[in-house]
Design a protein around this ligand. Structure first.
Ligand SMILES: O=C1C[C@@](O)(C(=O)O)C[C@@H](O)[C@@H]1O
Length: 146
């Protein structure tokens, strides 16, 4: 069985409530329940924190345990060298996901400190970005299978 982690950063606990015109009106918990039924062969652990260091600790803990990480770092995407360093430090591939199209928004969202450390990025495809990232991991032959 493959083990993936979905990691959501600050303010993403408020998906469904927060600025629904940008992020939609579905809660992440509802979305995750559907996602899990789409990937019965995958163990998907979900972690969310509003605290930078807690996100880093969780990423460290994925070493040797997960085949891949799907990370929406929220606003830390645009600020956190520490998070970028954590992605470099762990031997687990990370796909960056953003619900909104960050390149179509404010200029400060156009910089991602984490993008270059990730295997790829998905932005602007709504919640489906998580599904597409999971599908990429499942189809990836280069990854060790658990
Ligand atoms: O919190 C978020 C959410 C986001 O990562 C997204 O999923 O679109 C985009 C970020 O710029 C923002 O700070």
């Amino acid at each position: 069985m493959q083990h993936l982690a979905i990691v959501n950063g600050p303010n993403l606990n408020l998906l469904g409530v927060r600025e629904p015109h940008i992020y939609g009106s579905e809660t992440f918990e509802d979305y995750l329940a559907k996602l899990r039924t789409q990937f019965p062969e995958v163990d998907i652990e979900y972690y969310q924190s509003n605290v930078e260091g807690e996100l880093i600790n969780f990423l460290h803990g994925c070493m040797g345990k997960k085949q891949g990480i799907i990370l929406n770092a929220g606003a830390y995407t645009h600020t956190s060298i520490a998070l970028a360093d954590a992605i470099s430090a762990i031997n687990v591939p990370v796909v960056e996901v953003h619900v909104s199209n960050v390149l179509a928004r404010e200029d400060f969202r156009k910089t991602s400190f984490i993008a270059a450390k990730c295997v790829g990025s998905i932005s602007g495809l709504g919640m489906r970005g998580y599904e597409l990232a999971a599908r990429w991991f499942v189809g990836s032959e280069t990854l060790p299978k658990g």
